[in-house]
Ligand binder design. Structure first.
Ligand SMILES: [Zn+2]
Length: 276
């Protein structure tokens, strides 16, 4: 499943090919994604319009038009976007194709079809933080995401800190892998209650969450840098994890064995020596 870094890499990868381009035509193979693809709406509202922005919010890609309207895409489990010349035959699971005025095509590929594509009107775009993102916390790289914010929010909260940071209302887009890796980097036991962390520990965790995500984005950027002619069939990038999936292996800092514990039903990996 694409996590925040993968979505960010895709966003950065396609941005330069899309901003300033005009959509000239849209094709769809008629298959339903998580919801029906809004083909009629896209045909009416997107064709002959200029793409002005390509941004990420949580795990959604937001493709903004000059009209103020917006296409909002969630990749689900297996979704991907790439830019192709029309001479490349569409892949089997390319469900939607947007033709651009320079002859290239943006293609949405999704084997399992759990992704979604929505077209938002201007008022829906303006209201989206109160509607679509109502239960989504701040972005991990935003100023709003700070030690003060986390400590205040965690006050009186007894769930494990790992579950707390994986909650969408706390912060956008921290999945299981990056929660494990950030807590290891910050030296914090994943099973500690959220309210037990000190201000200093929250400060360290904010820094490490950003560092771990930035590192993943950099790795991804070099792994799948070629968005033009990118192979739609290739999977999401893999990085070398410090604790995730390393049960019984030696900690890279102290050589103790990495332990595994289920917290809230999710696999949690940690070093019993380095994480307090
Ligand atoms: Zn260790």
């Amino acid at each position: 499943m694409p996590e925040l870094p993968e979505v960010e890499v895709i966003c950065r990868g396609i941005r330069s090919f899309l901003v300033g381009r005009t959509v000239t035509d849209i094709h769809c193979n008629g298959k339903r994604l998580r919801h029906p693809v809004p083909m009629e709406m896209m045909q009416r509202k997107m064709v002959n319009q200029i793409i002005t922005t390509v941004e990420r919010r949580a795990k959604f890609l937001q493709i903004g038009l000059e009209t103020g309207e917006m296409l909002i895409i969630h990749l689900g489990m297996t979704g991907n976007l790439g830019i192709f010349p029309p001479t490349v035959t569409p892949a089997k699971h390319d469900h939607v194709l947007w033709s651009l005025d320079n002859g290239t095509e943006l293609r949405y590929n999704d084997i399992r079809r759990f992704g979604s594509i929505r077209f938002l009107s201007v008022s829906e775009v303006v209201d989206r933080e109160e509607t679509i993102f109502q239960t989504t916390g701040p972005e991990p790289f935003s100023d709003e995401f700070s030690a003060e914010y986390l400590q205040k929010l965690a006050k009186g909260k007894s769930p494990a800190v790992k579950l707390f940071i994986m909650t969408n209302q706390t912060v956008a887009g921290i999945g299981n892998i990056y929660a494990n890796e950030s807590l290891f980097a910050a030296g914090i036991q994943p099973s500690r209650t959220a309210q037990s962390l000190t201000k200093k520990e929250w400060e360290r965790l904010v820094i490490e969450i950003r560092r771990v995500l930035s590192h993943a984005i950099e790795c991804g950027g070099s792994t799948i840098s070629d968005f033009l002619n990118a192979s739609q069939e290739k999977g999401y990038f893999q990085m070398n994890f410090k604790v995730y999936g390393r049960e019984g292996k030696a900690c890279s800092l102290c050589s103790a064995n990495i332990e595994k514990q289920k917290i809230g039903g999710r696999a949690s990996y940690f070093c019993p020596n380095c994480q307090k």
